[in-house]
Design a protein around this ligand. Structure first.
Ligand SMILES: Nc1ncnc2c1ncn2[C@@H]1O[C@H](COP(=O)(O)OP(=O)(O)OP(=O)(O)O)[C@@H](O)[C@H]1O
Ligand SMILES: [Mg+2]
Length: 215
């Protein structure tokens, strides 16, 4: 009866050592997966890194942001598979986290970001580069149109109307950001554009809490 007692000591040690090794291995696998995922997230948005501070960029990649109204709207929008959740126009004053929320969205899935000014120029011209931009903004997965409302004439509204029309009906989602409040949006843009956005999505208010000023 003494023999099994002598064996139990080393056996228990072997088991403990194996469990530790497996634990370390699991930790390693988890760390590798996390690193891969961060690299992929960084790659998807690196072209737009200049739109935010380097600290914001790191927090977006690490998925470590505060829950702002803008981020909350974007998360709910992306989680919805409803045909009424194809367009989301983020309204609100400067510094409320609209661009950060859109980059967070792009870090997690394939898509593109263009400025409203690039869209305006792409739809107003007929050269190869303009055509190429039109092709990708109409076809890409998630599209972010950043900073609408800067043009003084109607060219931006016309371009947005064409783009929204081209993306309507499909399953792809479009995020639009701008510094205009909802009343100004309603008075500045053509009803045909607003009706399409509202039919398949909505214009939401991201508040007026300027996070830049608090830094
Ligand atoms: N979710 C967040 N968590 C932590 N900080 C944030 C978050 N969103 C924004 N910020 C902070 O607020 C700053 C401004 O954010 P952002 O550039 O997205 O604002 P915006 O609404 O796009 O402003 P603008 O209308 O001027 O383009 C960021 O640089 C960052 O420091
Ligand atoms: Mg912005």
């Amino acid at each position: 009866m003494g023999e099994p007692v002598r064996l139990a000591g080393p056996l228990a040690e072997v088991i403990r050592a194996a469990q530790e090794a497996m634990g370390e291995h699991e930790d390693q696998v988890r760390a590798d997966l996390e690193r891969d995922s961060r690299e992929r997230r960084a790659e998807r948005i690196v072209a737009h890194a200049k739109l935010v501070t380097s600290e914001d960029f790191r927090r977006i990649v690490r998925d470590d942001l505060a829950e702002t109204p803008a981020l909350g709207w974007v998360k709910r929008f992306l989680a919805s598979s409803s045909p009424r959740a194809r367009f989301l126009w983020l309204a609100g004053t400067t510094g409320v986290g609209k661009t950060v929320a859109c980059l967070w969205a792009l870090a997690g899935r394939p898509g593109r970001l263009v400025t409203a000014d690039q869209v305006r120029r792409a739809y107003g011209q007929e050269h190869d580069e303009a055509r190429a931009i039109r092709n990708y903004v109409e076809d890409c997965g998630l599209l972010v149109i950043d900073d609408v409302g800067t043009a003084r004439d109607e060219s931006e509204g016309r371009a947005l109307f064409e783009l929204v029309n081209a993306r309507q009906g499909g399953r792809r989602k479009t995020l639009i950001t701008g510094n205009l409040d909802r009343a100004t949006i309603a008075s500045r843009y053509d009803q045909r554009l607003l009706a399409r956005v509202q039919h398949s999505g909505g214009i939401v208010d991201c508040g007026s809490n300027d996070l830049r000023r608090r830094v």
